[in-house]
Design a protein around this ligand. Structure first.
Ligand code: MLT
Ligand code: MN
Ligand code: ZN
Length: 305
């Protein structure tokens, strides 16, 4: 089984269209050592032809072009995307659904009832899509253990409730419901190995760490280096945890949390915000990650397990 990272950036991408922070400006000028990144999405495959798209980012069309494997061209209208699954209803994870409206059948879409409610009401994508291809809504059960993925034999997924935040447009922004944000354990029955994906993770729990300890690889929230990253730059009045992302540095931060996992677990940060100093490959912060055995995802990264 293989994960292809389609987009390793947080909302806005890197560089972000209107941002002139040291990273975005430096990347445009070519004065920093860093790679451009598109918005948050991965694709998972067993056979290399049929894929589960996890999140549909605003950059989906460019991501499909950049990853020809998603385009097997078996018939005149065709895609390798056999099913889609959403981790939350954030704009960077759902807007791409609108770009897939030419699909020949209703989009097979797995998401929690909470996410379906946000993309029917606050940001009514499923209503809009009903005038195009429509959506085949496949509600994810959170109490049923590992679930098969329709159209993708040999893959099972376990949705895990996470503490984070529904999107700013959601009527539930300040009163989150279990199911607004999930993590995903992806099981490879052929090898018995598992991967864990959680691009939005606001709080670590002992239960979650226990689940991650059983995985061969974990791809987790790498949005911010510090709790006050957006505040210090004057970009937001809110801290990282307040917007649903556990920062890497500091007490109880992601680095400390990942350090408790067995060394056999491959640790990768994903959903990196454009302000994060770890994007600079020669930064002191990146060196700290390397010293802790933590990798930083990039667009096009392949992860086999
Ligand atoms: C988030 O996860 O908080 C986002 O990247 C927000 C967004 O898409 O604007
Ligand atoms: Mn996001
Ligand atoms: Zn920036």
């Amino acid at each position: 089984m293989r994960i292809r990272v389609l987009g390793s950036s947080a909302g806005g991408g890197f560089p972000q269209w209107n941002c002139n922070c040291a990273n975005c400006d430096g990347l445009r000028r070519g004065s920093i050592k860093a790679k451009a990144r598109t918005q948050s999405s991965i694709a998972v495959t067993v056979n290399g032809a049929d894929w589960l798209l996890v999140n549909a980012s605003p950059d989906i069309l460019a991501q499909i072009q950049a990853n020809p494997e998603l385009q097997p061209a078996r018939t005149t209208r065709d895609s390798g995307i056999a099913a889609l699954l959403l981790m939350d209803a954030q704009i960077d994870h759902v807007t791409g659904l609108l770009m897939l409206r030419e699909c020949q059948k209703p989009l097979p879409l797995l998401a929690t009832p909470e996410v379906f409610s946000d993309i029917a009401e606050g940001f009514p994508i499923t209503k809009i899509l009903s005038h195009y291809c429509g959506v085949n809504a496949l509600p994810l059960r959170l109490d049923a253990g590992f679930l098969p993925v329709p159209g993708l034999d040999g893959m099972a997924v376990l949705p895990v409730v996470l503490s984070s935040k529904p999107p700013p447009y959601s009527q539930f922004r300040e009163c989150p419901r279990p199911g607004d944000n999930i993590g995903l354990v992806i099981d490879n029955p052929a090898t018995g190995q598992r991967a864990f994906y959680a691009p939005g993770l606001g709080e670590m729990t002992p239960e979650l760490l226990a689940l991650m300890a059983e995985c061969a690889v974990v791809l987790v929230d790498g949005t911010f280096w510090t709790e006050d990253e957006m505040q210090r730059l004057g970009f937001s009045s809110k801290g990282a945890r307040q917007i649903g992302h556990l920062p890497q540095s500091g007490a109880g931060g992601m680095i400390e949390q990942l350090a408790t996992l067995p060394t056999s677990v491959r640790k990768i940060l994903i959903h990196i915000n454009n302000t994060n100093p770890i994007l600079r490959e020669d930064s002191a912060e990146r060196a700290v990650l390397t010293a802790h055995g933590i990798e930083v995802a990039f667009d096009g990264m392949d992860i086999a397990f």
